[in-house]
Design a protein around this ligand. Sequence first.
Ligand code: ADP
Length: 484
Amino acid sequence: MAKKQIKGWDYSPAPESTSHIDLKKRYDLYINGEWVKPSSKKYFKTINPANEELLAEVAHANEKDVDKAVKAARKAYNEVWSKTSPSERAKYIFRIARLMQERSREFAVIESLDAGKTIRESRDVDVPLACNHFFYNAGWADKLEFAFPNRKIESLGVAGQIIPWNFPLLMAAWKIAPALATGNTVVLKPAETTPLTALKLAEIIHDSGLPPGVVNIVTGYGDTGAAIVNHEDVDKIAFTGSTGVGKIIQKAVAGTNKKTTLELGGKSANIIMDDAPLDQAVEGIINGIFFNQGHVCCAGSRLFVQESVYDKVIEKLKHRMNSLIVGDPLDKNTDIGAINSKEQLDIINGYLKIGKDEGVEMYQSTCDIPGNGFYCRPTLVLNVAQSSRLVQEEIFGPVLAIQTFRTVDEVIQKANNTPFGLAAGVWTDKGSRIFNLTTKLRAGVVWANTYNKFDPASPFGGYKESGFGREGGLHGLEGYLKMN
Ligand code: ADP
């Protein structure tokens, strides 16, 4: 394997082994504790976006299959899960968490193969956090009356859950763990480009001895998701994905009794004040938008820099960007892996073309990128107007739109001036500035002097077109309960 040359430094390849993973050639649907063939007999391919090689074929569930899964979930709810004591529920959830931990390396490698994200990210962030969501929620299962004192609480029934491709395993954990802890049963659909870790999770759930039908995993495209949303016997829809599909779902559930939480797109702002520790801030900006290829719904995709430190910040950003390694997600040296799919790469390139057509100044790092697979160099968009589509729309790639500001009021106004409101970051030395900004920024999460920090105990969710409802923490449990 060729060595990577970064500004005079040689990095020998450090690939993670794939010999310890166990992938089937073909995956069926996990319904009622069994692997069931799709009634259409149709399968679709899931590939490795880093080299376009086939990983596995996966069943495409249609309305009939979804109906089977919902019926299994309803039966399991009525006959078993709603009668299982909370402390017994907790034991199953703990067992799933422990089994995931035992196989964490396998999960991490499969996640990187299927999603294109770096092994550093999947090994150190996605998989441990996914396990922690099961641990955290297991802890609440038999303490819900203390979590919501003086309230009469009841589970909802069958939860339909639809997740995207950016954090495939973590999103599955995010959705399944609180649903089980609160006594609901589940039909979950992973994204079509990243179904493999959810299917691996189905194997683990099976090994845990969870009663059949309590968790069902159905794979497919948007039509499969729509069949879940429109099924009349589903009590709750939990969706994470694009704002466009979120709107379709909201229309579909209007007038029904389905409880809904939507976690949608974002165009989150990072703000660097003139007194900020600049090196730390630059590292945080890089982490916020470039690691994980910008495939984070709360990615810090807009940057506001106070005018007096603008030149310094841009110089430091360019310097740091040029040391980032873009390439094989399984190499432990890689900072930026593969874009999740050809479609997504086309979307990102489409936005870069819009930038060129608008005549904005762009800067791309000069690193090598592999010949095969889907890759995008980290890109800065400089001095761009507030009205530009690159500032207003979610790109979901390693593209950072940068603007300047002079006063705090100006930056609050600019930062809030998008249809979204998922997250924000503030970089300053002064506590008073932090409190002033965090209370005025219309975003579900505001980080101060850090970015993209997650914890199962803290709620996550958006304002405006970034959705509604919270996941994580007690707020996350509330979304799966009837409260009286
Ligand atoms: P992204 O841009 O993150 O891929 P999408 O909203 O397109 O976001 O996809 C997120 C999830 O929603 C995926 O699992 C996808 O298959 C599913 N999905 C797409 N269209 C629909 C729909 N009309 N109804 C329900 N689910 C859908």
